[in-house]
Design a protein around this ligand. Structure first.
Ligand code: E4P
Length: 219
C-alpha cells in the first residue's frame, strides 16, 4: 500500500519523506490556503517545491470547473513536473477532462468521491486514482470504509487499473482498516501516519530493555 501525506506544509512533507515511507503528496485548495499560498505564481512555486522533496505522485488540484478551463489548467500543472498528478473534481466536465488527460498521457486523481457509482465512472474515464473521502462520510454517520470495500469489489470484478486512494483519513485505525480492505493508497495527515508508530507496550518494553542493559553493564 502506498502512503501519501495530505498536506501542503513543506516541513511536514520533509518529515514524512525523511521517515523513508512516503510515496506521494495530496493537496487541495483548502490545504494550500491553510499554508497561505495564494496567487498563480506562488501556487506554481509551491508545487515545484513539493516536487523537489518527494520522489513521485504530487496531486495538484484544478480550480476550474468547466471542460476547456480544466484542460488548460491541468495541462499547465502537468507541465510543471512529471511527478504532478492532476486532481480533478467528480463533476460532468471533470469526467470528460479525465478521459482527455488519460488519452494524452497525463495522470489524474478524481477527487470528492462519495459513492461507488462515482468511482465507477472515474475508472471508466481512465483515472489513475479515485479519492473516496471516508472521514467526511463518517462525519455524516455514513460508513466510509464500506465505500472503500464496494469500490475494491467493483474494480476487481472488471480489472480496472484505477487505484483506490483512500482520502479524508482521520487517524491510524482508518489507515489499518484501509490496508485490510485492499486500498491501493492512503493519504493522511502526518499525525495519523506517525500515530502508527505508537504502542504503550513498545515504550515500556524498550524502557525495560535499556534499564536491564544499563544494570548488567554496571551503569
Ligand atoms: C484528499 O485528497 C483530500 O485532500 C483530503 O483527504 C480531504 O480530507 P479532509 O476531509 O480531512 O479535508
Amino acid at each position: 500500500m502506498k502512503f501519501f501525506i495530505d498536506t501542503a506544509n513543506l516541513d511536514q512533507i520533509k518529515e514524512a519523506q525523511d521517515l523513508g515511507i512516503l510515496d506521494g503528496v495530496t493537496t487541495n485548495p483548502s490545504l494550500m490556503a491553510k499554508e497561505g499560498i495564494t496567487g498563480e505564481a506562488n501556487v506554481t512555486a509551491h508545487y515545484k517545491a513539493i516536487c523537489d522533496i518527494v520522489d513521485d505522485n504530487v496531486s495538484a488540484e484544478v480550480i476550474a470547473t468547466t471542460y476547456d478551463e480544466i484542460i488548460a489548467e491541468g495541462k499547465a500543472l502537468a507541465a510543471l513536473n512529471p511527478k504532478i498528478v492532476v486532481k480533478v473534481p467528480m463533476i460532468k466536465d471533470g469526467i470528460k477532462a479525465i478521459k482527455y488527460f488519460t488519452d494524452n498521457g497525463i495522470k489524474t486523481n478524481c477527487t470528492l468521491i462519495f459513492s461507488a457509482g462515482q468511482a465507477l465512472l472515474a475508472a471508466k474515464a481512465g483515472a489513475t486514482y479515485v479519492s473516496p473521502f471516508l472521514g467526511r462520510l463518517d462525519d455524516i454517520s455514513t460508513d466510509g470504509l464500506a465505500l472503500i470495500e464496494d469500490i475494491r469489489l467493483i474494480f476487481d470484478n472488471y480489472g480496472y487499473p484505477t487505484q483506490i486512494l483512500a482520502a479524508s483519513i482521520r487517524g491510524p485505525l482508518h489507515i489499518v482498516a484501509c490496508a485490510k480492505l485492499g486500498a491501493d493508497v492512503i493519504t493522511a495527515p502526518l499525525s495519523a501516519i506517525t500515530a502508527l508508530l505508537k504502542h504503550p507496550l513498545t515504550d515500556s518494553g524498550l524502557a525495560t530493555f535499556l534499564a536491564d542493559h544499563a544494570k548488567a553493564s554496571g551503569k
